[in-house]
Design a protein around this ligand. Structure first.
Ligand code: ZN
Length: 461
């Protein structure tokens, strides 16, 4: 068995690893993840390049979870000739149509924008793929529950384990040729709300491990939650609205969960809560339908009152008119809307109406990359530009850390500690600084040299 690395090897996005089992004519080929490259325009141009292998020669694809940097190139893979099964955990398979349709709409919108600005002699910009490419991917889906070892090809077995990162997220175990490969996928921190802690795995001949936060540790979650409660209390006294930019999957559902859990002590009944994202609304439905996957705390909250996804004052907006109507509210509204970095989406029009209000509060609950509006606000910008207009920033900006969906250095090392004996490691899904720090720790503690793999590199299992 042999793995070749083609994405998220030296960067975070575009997760894609090719596993070959056996040799010559009898070789079977399994692709782990087929993610979209995300980031700068130059990085994203890489999505248009041909695959570094023949899609038609693959026997199967296994996806670790429904984030677009792990599944976002599947429509291309199918369009370019892949006809085999795509294995995914049940909940992941339910999230995939929502995520892929959204990604396709963004691609179509991006091509339209480029064509509007296009010079006469420039060729027409084509979208990477369109919504019409998505149904073919979904027809090739085969679902698996957690913890069921299943033969997927002649002499190749697959088992998916809970990775505790988002609903349906998986650690992938793959057996073939008498060897075993483990791919961590993205690992959630222990104690992530709603989800169970990542399963532990004990045996591997080679481990592909994520390393997003390989160089740092998160702050305590309890401090973060207390801070969130304090901000809401202050905002109520100030008599303003609270804006929370959040991604549609994971963080939006987590916030509703915290609201249900702290319903009484945060006195939430006095607020009106808006989840202003049709996509987040659909994801809420999937989470609700899959509540059997929740951890014990969330099971209890789910059975209690109020239900996190049916708070009595929760409004999930379905269309633009309902979203626009929120603009008339000057106080007492908690508005959760995308995008999470405020570089697009409905949060922008809520910002336009609230940036000038001293009594309004803006709460960031996720990482803000350089170059986004979110980052400029976090960095204390006094004026910002939205849709070509300048707005003075009077509202109060807060950054609430510690809600990451990725485990930290301590968590990664503790998870690796369960393997016996310690397998060789290839570090993926992390920038070099994070990978180097994690490799240093693994080397020091266990005498194992962790590989910082690069695109095109191969390792024997
Ligand atoms: Zn992820």
């Amino acid at each position: 068995m042999r793995v070749q690395f083609h994405g998220a090897a030296g960067e975070v996005t575009g997760s894609m690893h090719l596993v070959e089992i056996g040799e010559g004519a009898a070789a079977r080929r399994v692709l782990l993840d087929c993610g979209l490259l995300q980031g700068s325009p130059e990085t994203e141009l890489g999505n248009f390049a041909p695959f570094p292998f023949d899609p038609a020669a693959l026997d199967a694809v296994v996806v670790s979870h429904a984030h677009i940097d792990h599944i976002g190139r599947l429509p291309l893979l199918v369009r370019r000739g892949f006809r085999g099964p795509i294995y995914a955990q049940d909940a992941t398979a339910e999230l995939m149509p929502i995520m892929l349709m959204d990604s396709a709409s963004l691609q179509e919108g991006e091509a339209e924008r480029r064509n509007r600005r296009r010079a006469r002699n420039e060729p027409e910009a084509m979208p990477l793929y369109t919504r019409e490419d998505v149904p073919a991917v979904l027809r090739q889906l085969r679902t698996l529950p957690y913890g069921k070892r299943t033969p997927i090809l002649d002499g190749v077995d697959l088992q998916l384990r809970d990775a505790g990162h988002i609903l349906g997220s998986c650690i992938v175990e793959l057996w073939g040729d008498g060897r075993k490969l483990v791919f961590s996928g993205d690992l959630g921190p222990d104690g992530t709300p709603i989800l169970r802690d990542p399963d532990t795995v004990r045996e591997a001949d080679l481990l592909l491990m994520e390393s997003t936060y390989g160089d740092r540790n998160h702050r305590e979650r309890a401090d973060t939650i207390r801070e969130l409660g304090e901000i809401l209390e202050r905002a109520w006294r100030d008599g303003g609205n609270v804006l929370i930019p959040a991604f549609a999957v994971g963080r939006s559902q987590e916030l509703l969960y915290w609201f249900a859990r702290h319903w009484d002590d945060w006195n939430l009944a006095r607020w009106r809560v808006f989840l202003d994202s049709p996509m987040a609304g659909k994801v809420v439905e999937v989470y609700g339908g899959q509540h059997a996957l929740f951890d014990a705390d969330a099971q209890a909250v789910w059975r209690g009152t109020p239900n996190p996804f049916r708070l009595p004052n929760l409004h999930i907006t379905r269309n633009n008119d309902e979203s626009m109507a929120i603009n008339r509210i000057e106080r007492g509204a908690i508005i959760i809307a995308g995008s999470g970095m405020a570089n697009g989406g409905r949060i922008l029009h809520h910002l336009r109406h609230n940036l000038g209000r001293r009594q309004a509060h803006l709460v960031f609950v996720g990482y803000q990359s350089v170059g986004t509006l979110g980052r400029r606000l976090v960095d204390g910008a006094k004026w910002v530009r939205i849709y070509g207009h300048d707005y003075r920033v009077n509202l109060q900006v807060h950054t609430v850390g510690g809600l990451s969906a990725h485990t930290d250095q301590r968590g990664l090392l503790a998870w690796y500690d369960h393997f016996e004996p310690k397998p060789p490691v290839a570090l993926v899904h992390g920038e070099d600084k994070a990978r180097e720090a994690l490799a240093g720790e693994i080397g020091e503690r266990h005498g194992v040299q962790a590989e910082l793999v690069r695109p095109g590199m191969s390792l024997d299992v």
